[in-house]
Design a protein around this ligand. Sequence first.
Ligand code: ZN
Length: 272
Amino acid sequence: MRPEPSNFRSSQTLAVTRVPAFDDNYLWLIHGQGEASNRVAVVDPGDPAAIDAVLASEGLTLAAILVTHHHGDHTGGVAALASRHKVPVYGPAQEDIPARTAAVRSGDTVALPSLGLSFAVIDVPGHTAGHIAYVGHGALFCGDTLFSGGCGRLFEGTPAQMLSSLDQLAALAPDTAVYCAHEYTASNLKFALAVEPANEQLVTYATEVSQLRAAGKSTIPTTIGLELAINPFLRSRLSSVSEAAARHAGRPPRDEADAFGALRQWKNEFRG
Ligand SMILES: [Zn+2]
């Protein structure tokens, strides 16, 4: 693992297995506690074959499916896995999720007693209108809302919604481990460096990420504390970020959401 300043180290108590899929997706297996460590919940199983292969090779039993939003690379394996393994499917109340058995939203708790785990649900609209995230045991599973160095595209939500969603994630403990659904870090950091070239922690992190990726290693999980230091989308109110976005847009922002929207628009157009 990369050497990290202690305030960026995660305090999570979960065992999590990374299952790469497609070009750059991560499907996450969350292991049960103690005696239940061979039982797992899967987050966003876009590819059922990738999950079944790991269950078989590691001798794991699937106990639950957690879905963050309706996009196919997150839900493509849900129906097949749910019927094959006879497990509950938790998914966002405001979206169509195949084979969902429990519609959940902010304020709900996903209790998985057979794993000794429970997760709080929070609504994080922006990438999609009903996107949710799962938080518990020092870890965050946030789908396509927050990435390392970036955030999801606004396919269905407004800049104000995404800013509010990211504010909720930014308020989690700094040592919360962040399990996002894509390995986008290296390309995100090219944009982040264009926004904040003088951010020394960002420059250092970008070097670490280059080394990890050159060695074929993952940069995920990240932590909330690290993202607060390097991710322009969690830093859009800082003058170093908002002034750069205004320069790019050629006009001053009307308000914080407009400044965030200008930053997101710049990223959409960015070719690093
Ligand atoms: Zn998505």
